[in-house]
Design a protein around this ligand. Sequence first.
Ligand code: OXD
Ligand code: MN
Length: 584
Amino acid sequence: MTTQLKALADWVDQVANMTQPDRIVWCDGSGEEYSALVNEMLDTGDLIELNQATHPECYLHRSDPNDVARVEHLTFVCTANEQDAGPNNHWMAPSEAHAKMDALFDGCMKGRTLYVIPYCMGPIDSPLSRLGVEITDSAYVVANMRKMTRMGAPALERIEQEGRFVRGLHSTGELDPDRRFIMHFPEELQIQSYGSGYGGNALLGKKCHALRIASHQARSEGWLAEHMLIVGIESPAGETRYIAAAFPSACGKTNLAMLIPPKPYLEAGWKVHTVGDDICWLHPGEDGRLYAINPEAGFFGVAPGTSESTNPTALRMLDHEAIFTNVAVTDTNEPWWEGLDQRIPVRDWQGRPYDPAHGAAAHPNSRFTVSIKNCPSYSDQAENARGVPIDAIVFGGRRATLAPLVLEARDWEHGTFLGAAMASETTAAATGKVGVVRRDPMAMKPFAGYHFGDYWAHWLNVGAKLRHPPKIFQVNWFRRGPEGEFLWPGFGENLRVLEWILKRSAADGESATGAVDTPVGLLPEPGAVNLEGLSEQPDMETLLTIKADEWSQELSAFEDYLTDFEPRVPQALKALLARMREQL
Ligand code: OXD
Ligand code: MN
């Protein structure tokens, strides 16, 4: 396989001249190609076979111990004008970044294979989808891209028809943290990544293309590329409505996207349909509503914490055809991670005999890669070329205090405000300290490919044009009590909150029943969130209280934060902030 498309053929030639691989392979995405790659990696030790009786076609990859998460400090947005990248991104001048990357890529594939991966983000026949080609020297990346994207021959055919595609160049290099960069050139539709094999740094379709480059593209084309799961909730009446929800990395998007309804809901006939767990492209439809597609075709999920009680659906899809990265293994050679069950693993994520003195057995950011088609709750609408209509947008963070269980925005503008004001405790998904509160607007801090001020303005513009915008909500599953205990049971029980959200979304305007007005937004009125059948009654009073002093402080902190983004902060957000403060 090669290509008729001259621009693509020329680019591959040019990259091959620079990187000097031994071999060039055009990936067709076939099953045979995948099996051959797996066998090759089993030979080199890049993959380790897991127990094929309990976990058919499941493999383990152990990464370099210094290459286990996204590296935000080495991730750059290289726009011609520094201001356009915004204070939310690290910036480098395109000429400087190209010179740096050219030097790193020079001869870097000697003795290696150069793989060309044509891919399509989104359903292959959808006008909302976008195309890309990743060149990589990592067989592990090819295998993961096959699960995460629609890649190979059909994607190439569409690329040849359209001619427009994002060019992503990746090499694992020497895996030296001092020779590692993830560069984005949104104005050139280019990504260059060197020195890491980790998912978010190396599977270029994901964060680099579907969020950083796509958000930039979306701005000029009038849509939104967001860090959101997409889930369909089917009521006992048989009506399915869709929610798009943004949470920072490792805050439960995968669990929420495939939740199992609590017992009374299951018995009543509620069902959950998974469309996506991480990325959502939102396009205004001709009917004035917002439509969503999941640009990805698989999950690259956080393993620790996934269990029979937190996400039984995920366990059903993880016992076949999954690639695990940096998990531990049991004496029966099955994958294991903290929170899975009571077994004691025999080897940790680095392959050492398990010793609690070395810390966790599985790396806290250990991952699984699996096709969405393996998911038992996979939605039959996930391949719909038009996308699914969104009824509610949800913003969630991880906050021990302050943020109530759920809050409804008055309108799109206020919802944009709540999204922009999001803050959350950091997790292991990125290198750096865990558990410190950082501002993370729309859960896009690491992923917006341009200036946040322009991004918020774009959100306001998109909403202003929608004749039937979805309602917007803020949630917090992570509120803690005086002993540090979680006040809300979370996981499947979150459906109780989603039910209230969907009820409110179906209702017209603010007059609808079930909500209490406060200066910061609308709260469920007492009894409005169904608690029937919960074994322990949560402290709803604390979960749904707005403390004026705490919120005044929060608004001041947000106001300070906004000053970093001047003069591009939309006036409407500042006016809202002033009004909320006055009312508090
Ligand atoms: C992810 C992340 O991998 O957000 O989805 O880090
Ligand atoms: Mn993510």
